[in-house]
Design a protein around this ligand. Sequence first.
Ligand code: ZN
Length: 241
Amino acid sequence: MRSAFIQSRLLLSRGAINAVSLRIEDKPAMFSMRRNGMADGGEAANRQEFFASLGFDESSVVRGEQVHGDTISLADSAITFSGTDGLLTRQRNLLLTISVADCVPVLIFDSRQKIAAAVHSGWKGTTKNIVGKTADFLLHELNSQPEDVVAFIGPSAGECCYEVGEDVARKFDDAYKSGTSKQGKYKLDLKHAIESQLSEKGIPSDNIEISDHCTICDPRFHSYRRDGDASGRMLAAIAIK
Ligand SMILES: [Zn+2]
């Protein structure tokens, strides 16, 4: 059977359970993980299957009601945080999950102290430096050492396809955008903007894995840009083994 998710080899090598679910055409709702109070097109079963394949069930899942903000929450139990885009835990039996379809899922792991983090960083969260703030929390509140911290910048809108207008582009350093102001359109490279936010905190480049998958042009992923309101959602998940 084809795998229903991809994983970071770097995180696996450091002992972190991790996965990003895929869009699979012959599964119900194309294996979308979207939570929806109404009309369940198979998403609940998909979530169950995804969690089970990682050795978990819904009762161990931590999530945040994502708002493109920079709030970070430390979980001691399975819980849904309101208004939270960054999750951390030191508990072994919890699965941290981030819901995405083009926004960047960032999974972070302190392999010495066994601390896991999952962050939702779209362009708004990236301008708020939520990933850098999560690194700060690890380094300054939880006493992580930069060399022990590894990160996976997951499948998301790639610079090949991710077009933004002047208003968004001006919030980013020239190094992470291409295009001309004549057209008023720019291609944004969020993944490398996020990489720099980790590097600024002293995390070595060898400790950062960047997915080269673009969710917009690769049909194995759900994409809001490509499919609009009909788009499903993927889950990025991390847990301490
Ligand atoms: Zn692309």
